[in-house]
Design a protein around this ligand. Structure first.
Ligand SMILES: [Zn+2]
Length: 207
């Protein structure tokens, strides 16, 4: 993908891109309340991928802040959060949605899912995921309450707000505009929307 172009993550669907070490990808919450599930794989070895449990052990937080680096399942730096205008609320706890999630929520028939979107976006560039790693859920608002419980809440991000991530190795990144419309994770209207991203060099945040 060429630099500085705006790429679309279609509503309810995914998109993949190659990211060279040092490049910065900026994910834009175009309409303001769309959760974007985000994965990163080592471009040279897809069995190494961004891991939320390894990332939390390194950053000692459940909600990454600017300056925090997400780690791989081999504990190598993968993506560093370098800018965030979205309000700073992201989730590292919740698994990607899948057909089973929608079935358990009572949906009958086909429903798009982030798990299927990951596989489809990689398939479009001739790759396949070794598994469905737990994603970095950009803009997803899952507060951890004082009694240890969590809840699914609407995002706090606003239209056009964004997150910029710097690649710490050559990566394949995948984004899914989460199709969840049975819970208000994509806003109170439960209406998934498109989002966008652009890739810039490391000299300028967001390209
Ligand atoms: Zn989802």
């Amino acid at each position: 993908m060429s630099q500085d172009q705006i790429h679309t993550i279609p509503a309810r669907k995914g998109a993949a891109a190659r990211l060279n070490q040092g490049q910065i990808v900026t994910v834009i919450n175009t309409h303001g309340s769309q959760v974007v599930d985000t994965w990163a794989f080592n471009a040279a070895d897809m069995t190494e991928f961004m891991s939320m449990e390894h990332s939390r052990a390194a950053m000692l937080r459940v909600n990454p802040l600017v300056g925090d680096t997400m780690r791989s399942n081999r504990r190598q730096p993968m993506l560093t959060l370098v800018q965030d205008t979205s309000g700073g609320i992201h989730d590292t706890l919740i698994a990607a949605c899948d057909r089973f999630r929608y079935e358990q929520l009572g949906h009958v028939g086909h429903h798009d899912s982030c798990t299927d979107n990951l596989a489809a976006a990689l398939s479009a560039i001739g790759l396949e995921p070794p598994e469905t790693p737990s994603p970095l859920n950009l803009f997803m608002n899952i507060p951890v309450h004082g009694d240890g419980t969590v809840s699914f809440e609407a995002p706090v991000s606003t239209p056009g707000s964004s997150v910029s991530l710097r690649a710490e190795m050559d990566l394949i990144v995948v984004f899914s505009a989460c199709p969840q419309d049975l819970l208000p994770v994509n806003g109170a209207a439960c209406r998934p929307t498109e989002a966008h991203f652009r890739i810039g060099d490391g000299g300028q945040v967001g390209g």
